[in-house]
Every structure is written in structure tokens, then in C-alpha cells.
Design a protein around this ligand. Sequence first.
Ligand code: PCA
Length: 329
Amino acid sequence: MAKRRLFSHVATACSVVLGLSVAGAAHAEKWDMPMAYSGSNFHSVTGAQFAECVTTGTGGDIEIVTHPSGSLFKGADIKRAIQTGQAQIGERLMSGHQNENAVFGFDSIPFLATSFDDSDKLWQAAKPTMEKLLDEQNLVLLYAVPWPPQGLYFKKEVNSVADMKGIKFRSYNNATARLAELTGMAPVQIEAAEISQAFATGVAESMVSSGATGYDRKVWESLTHFYEVDAWLPRNYVMVNKDVWNDTSEANQNVLKGCAQMAEYAGTWRSREYTGFTMAGLREGGMTVGPAGETLVAELKEIGETMTAEWLEAAGADGQAIVDAFNAE
Ligand code: PCA
């Protein structure tokens, strides 16, 4: 987006938030916004502030009501619900759609983008492709925010891939299931909202995720070790049904875009801040937290190469273009 347009969206959103708008609330519409993660999670907090920004910014024309924790639709059903108009707007883990199209997994390639700065770069490289892909599915992309870097959780000390053999591993997308297979673990896909119970009952004993999710779900009640691997930073994104979008006035579309830009900025900032905070929280909960050992890292990097090659093959020209654009920066 050109700098001037970006500024004008943000300016619109800011001025209306400051009460400078005269928009009336004659045709107030309620938009339901399903979200998969718990209300206290930083993505959900960002979404709630985004919703408030839109409601205030449109002078009450559009009232967005958030439904966190998969309470309106479960994570796996959110995108379809929005595509088919059962919900107007919502948030989902982007790589959760990897099973429909490998390109959605651009942010779960092991060791391609391992820092917040690289994650931003990768997102800029991927955004046009993702906007187009979603547009073809009757969806308009509003904003996307990264989770903190992904590490490995276990209930024992693990120093090599051999130590992982046979462990029941909670996955959240195709890439994490594949990681389990390649390390000799047994994957079982479970939404974050349900992992505390899965760990408590032994349905799962391990996962790859951020410190944020481990902290939110108090996994120290069942697990003992968190190894910082910084394998990738997957994104949540917010989408709107395209018909709903097209029925929205240009002025209100601009408010939505402005609020979305602020949400992406604020959400990313929260994600960065939350990283250290949650590491400390896991430690306080009694977990051993630290970088993965050299052997484990080397073995994971090798597995990462296999997964990168597999992804490039599955994602075809679109995938290659994203990686090329990222490397060219
Ligand atoms: N938390 C989400 C996805 C990535 C993350 O850090 C989860 O575990 O479901």
C-alpha cells in the first residue's frame, strides 16, 4: 500500500476514535467475530480493541462483537463460517488452512523466518499472494499478527530427536504434524482452547508452540520443559466476508482499514513484548526453560530442510515466489 493511503486510513481511524466523526448510527449493523483463542490471549485482546475501534470509528454503524475461545465457531470452522456468511468477520491461524492449499503454510517453514523482523519481511513478501488467494474464496484480508517464535514442550528432558520417539504430540497444522512424523512422534491435532485438558489426560504429551500459548494454557500443570528453538512465527489473520465488505460504505471501509493497520501494529508489538514475559511465566510455573541443545538443533535443522523442500514442491510457483521475494529483500 502506498504510504499516503496508509496514512489516510490511519488518520481516518484516529480522527474518528477522537470523536471527530459525524457519522450517524441510523443503520447500525452487528458483525459477529469468532476467534479461536482464549479471551486473555494477546490476539484476542488485539481483536477486541480492533472491534472497539471500528464501532467507535463508524459512529456505531458497525458494531463488532468478538467471540473468543472458539465459542461461536471452533477454530477449524471459522473460515468456512465467514466464507458462507454465517459470520461477517473473524480470526484464524493462517497456516490452519494448509490442508486446502500448501501456500497458506508459508509462515510455518522451519527456520526460514525465525525473528520478528524476518517474520515482518516474510509477511510483506507473502501478503499480495494471500490477499489474492482469499479474494478468490470470497474473503477480504484485514490484518495479520505473528505468534512469538515456536519452541518445543515436553514432560521430560530431551536432547536429541531419538529422545522424542513415540511421544504423543499435539499438532495445530500440517507442518506441525509433519514435524512429528519426521521426529518419530505420534501427532494428534488439537485446538489450543483444548490443550490443557489434552495434556492433563495424557492424550498429548508434547507440542511445538509459543511461550504465549503454554503460558495462556498453564501447561506447567502437566509439562516440564520448554526448549527455545525459534523454528518459525505463524500468523493469525482477520478476514471479512467479501459480500459484507462490498455492502459497506467507502467511509466505513476506510475506518476498517485504519483500525486494521493499528491492530496489526499493536498486535505485533504485544507479541514481541509477550515473548519474554511468558518465558518468565513458564519458569515461575516450575518449568525448565532454555535454548535447545546443539545436537537437537542440528537434527531439527536437517528435518527443516526436508520440510522446506516438501513445502516448495507442494506450494508450486506461488510458494517459490514468496520465498524469492523474501530472500530478495
Ligand atoms: N500458538 C498457537 C499457534 C501458534 C502458537 O504459538 C497454537 O498453539 O495453537
